[in-house]
Design a binder for this molecule. Sequence first.
Ligand SMILES: *[C@@H]1O[C@H](CO)[C@@H](O)[C@H](O)[C@H]1NC(C)=O
Ligand SMILES: *[C@@H]1O[C@H](CO)[C@@H](O)[C@H](O)[C@H]1NC(C)=O
Ligand SMILES: *[C@@H]1O[C@H](CO)[C@@H](O)[C@H](O)[C@H]1NC(C)=O
Ligand SMILES: *[C@@H]1O[C@H](CO)[C@@H](O)[C@H](O)[C@H]1NC(C)=O
Ligand SMILES: *[C@@H]1O[C@H](CO)[C@@H](O)[C@H](O)[C@H]1NC(C)=O
Ligand SMILES: *[C@@H]1O[C@H](CO)[C@@H](O)[C@H](O)[C@H]1NC(C)=O
Ligand SMILES: *[C@@H]1O[C@H](CO)[C@@H](O)[C@H](O)[C@H]1NC(C)=O
Ligand SMILES: *[C@@H]1O[C@H](CO)[C@@H](O)[C@H](O)[C@H]1NC(C)=O
Length: 681
Amino acid sequence: MVNFYLKPLKIGLLMVWLCGFALISISFYASTQILPSSSIKEQIKDLDSSVGPTVTIFAAARPFIGSIGSRQSLAIRSWLGLSQDIRVVLFSQDPSVFSFADSFGPDSRVSVEPNIDYTFLGTPFFHSMVARAQISDSDISVLMDSETLLFPDFISTLNYVHKLDHDWLLFASSRNILDFPFQLDVYGQHWIGDDGQRVKTEKLQEILSHVWWEHCDDKKVIMAWNNGAIPLHNGVLPPFLYGKGFHTMWIINEALSSNFRFVFDASLTISSFSVNNLDFHPKIEARNWEHVGNSHLRAFYGSLFFREADYSNVIKLFKCNGHYHFGNTTENIVYPLGSPKGLRFNGLEVFRLSNHKKLFGCFDKIKSLGRKVGCSKENQVMTLEPLVLPFSLELLLSMRADHHKTIVLAVAGYSYKDMLMSWVCRLHHLQVSNFVVCALDDEIYDFGVLQGLPVFRDRLAPSNISYDDCHFGTNCFQRVTKVKSRVVLEILNLGYNVLMSDVDVYWFKNPLPLLTTFGPAVFVAQSDEYKITGPINLPRRLNSGFYYAHSDNTTIAALKKVVKHASLSNLSEQPSFYDTLCGLNGSFRLDNDTCQEPETNLTVHFLDRNLFPNGAYRDLWDSSNVSSTCMDIGCFVLHNNWISGRQKKLERQVSSGLWEYDTSTRMCLRSWQRFKPLNYF
Ligand SMILES: *[C@@H]1O[C@H](CO)[C@@H](O)[C@H](O)[C@H]1NC(C)=O
Ligand SMILES: *[C@@H]1O[C@H](CO)[C@@H](O)[C@H](O)[C@H]1NC(C)=O
Ligand SMILES: *[C@@H]1O[C@H](CO)[C@@H](O)[C@H](O)[C@H]1NC(C)=O
Ligand SMILES: *[C@@H]1O[C@H](CO)[C@@H](O)[C@H](O)[C@H]1NC(C)=O
Ligand SMILES: *[C@@H]1O[C@H](CO)[C@@H](O)[C@H](O)[C@H]1NC(C)=O
Ligand SMILES: *[C@@H]1O[C@H](CO)[C@@H](O)[C@H](O)[C@H]1NC(C)=O
Ligand SMILES: *[C@@H]1O[C@H](CO)[C@@H](O)[C@H](O)[C@H]1NC(C)=O
Ligand SMILES: *[C@@H]1O[C@H](CO)[C@@H](O)[C@H](O)[C@H]1NC(C)=O
């Protein structure tokens, strides 16, 4: 996506790294070049006195309810108390999280970011979180779990590494503790014991040092990086779901193998831990994500796959006698960084073990801790099980419907997956959340589950309709469209009103408030009339790609007739709608925009062509700015029909800017993405 400016950078960096490593090797083999330790001391003192970096901590927050709520609250207050330069951005759409942020008052350092990608169950997508964190305007971005407590050594570590003359990415494993008997004071700066007394820092450090890295949990890995121009890693981060799987480790592995940034392990200098450990997800979702089949993953994520994690070779940051050092625990090498301008990483000097006894004595002790950092292989096994959302259609509808029991329905096959996503992203943008997606084939079903969509399979759908040229007029199209009326009828029978919208209908604004005013026994549909004047309900002018059907006996009876008619016809279902409801030749027309089916008395109302234009009306798609032209005439939606072929349809929509999905990063396009290019290429 942003190839043009990153390519030269990448080559430049590789050069830097090659030189860096060459220097390491040279000084290693020479093994005599050692900086006097006194000069290092001075430099570090200098650095300590300078102004600290601005830091934004990003975290996916769970609803602030019960014990989870208090754990999160404690954790976040522990972050804010560390420095005035720390801001917190919580990823959530839950009202309780907004209330929590509001409780800090206006202009507080805590804000909520609802505008990233979430699954329909409210779990954020990790790739979307990382992308958002990367466009932060602070010096350092941190991504971590919302329940992890931080201590002052976190900010000292960041202050120190901020001086590195190289873009960096650090990670730090957190520890679990069953019981943490302290509370924060009202300012969030001091820990208070049972006796109401402040806990001394030394005592705290002492307690913390006994807490072990109990087991490996990706969520408990803190990741931080300076916001430089250099990407974290090569390639594209797959659409991982937050909280399940090894996604932080995936990034660390990719970052290590990409060699763009200096990647190091700061677990030894950052004390962080969480009290207890519960799953982030609703159990159902977690189970599904754990058991995502490998074949599905490959199809979805492409060649990017998690490699075995082994961090014993990764350079570690440690602190001895009050000074920070980098070291390689497998080789007994310490890198004394420091220069008058900042910490130089490019021209590394190396201390051998034999020389600085005191430093290495300390390093030895710390090394034993370091070995515990990382993650064992057994935890990373993914089992092979089919990908299924454990929701029946009934359950899905009850979860998704709005308070009028109305559902927006999209029906799609795999060849329309990008179009579907663009449509979904648009609905997200309009904050329309009562939609469900009917999958016509297995591929789109799996895709939908991985993209976090409320998707269900149409059990009766023909199994072979996923073809590129399944467009208007073809056999395939006829069979697909007949699925739609059947599914709509099924949902009406379950007691839900349905707005059926093809995925090639672009929504400018939410039409539901208007459509629901027509009431029962009125079927409201888009007109396919392309003329500017004259009746809009002439024969075969009913567009069955966008209609609203109220769940009542009249509508259901009429829809049954349509479905029956369609099943006997060798045309698509669209003419069946018109011929059944408005009569062959329009004999049931009442006036210029309504019909009445005489047997059921269902009224058919054709929508104003200016508000709900089809793809041929006024040549809207040909205007220089489709969006502004449409807005001017008051469009609610614009149908991308009256064009032959999926590819052309797609191109028309993308080139007109009515496109909301980035197919390369698998994320909805958002205002924050448009401002600054992502670090992806
Ligand atoms: C640390 O030392 C080991 C053993 O020599 C080596 O394989 C590894 O590459 C070193 N790590 C770094 C980051 O230099
Ligand atoms: C798809 O399946 C239908 C019936 O199941 C069959 O009539 C049709 O020939 C098949 N089409 C293709 C392209 O395989
Ligand atoms: C319906 O349209 C026709 C043709 O444009 C026009 O003559 C007639 O007056 C219209 N009727 C109504 C009720 O608007
Ligand atoms: C709709 O039909 C059902 C069963 O066919 C019937 O029980 C119900 O009373 C009807 N409702 C109305 C409003 O006619
Ligand atoms: C399709 O319908 C038309 C008109 O109803 C008829 O002439 C034609 O034979 C039908 N074709 C098939 C394959 O049934
Ligand atoms: C429909 O109109 C055509 C031509 O106007 C006529 O031949 C045909 O009989 C009409 N059919 C019906 C059912 O009214
Ligand atoms: C439709 O309306 C007519 C006239 O008002 C009435 O006689 C008939 O019973 C109605 N049919 C139904 C199914 O309600
Ligand atoms: C189209 O018009 C809208 C609203 O006037 C404007 O925001 C947008 O930038 C325009 N798009 C293009 C491609 O000119």
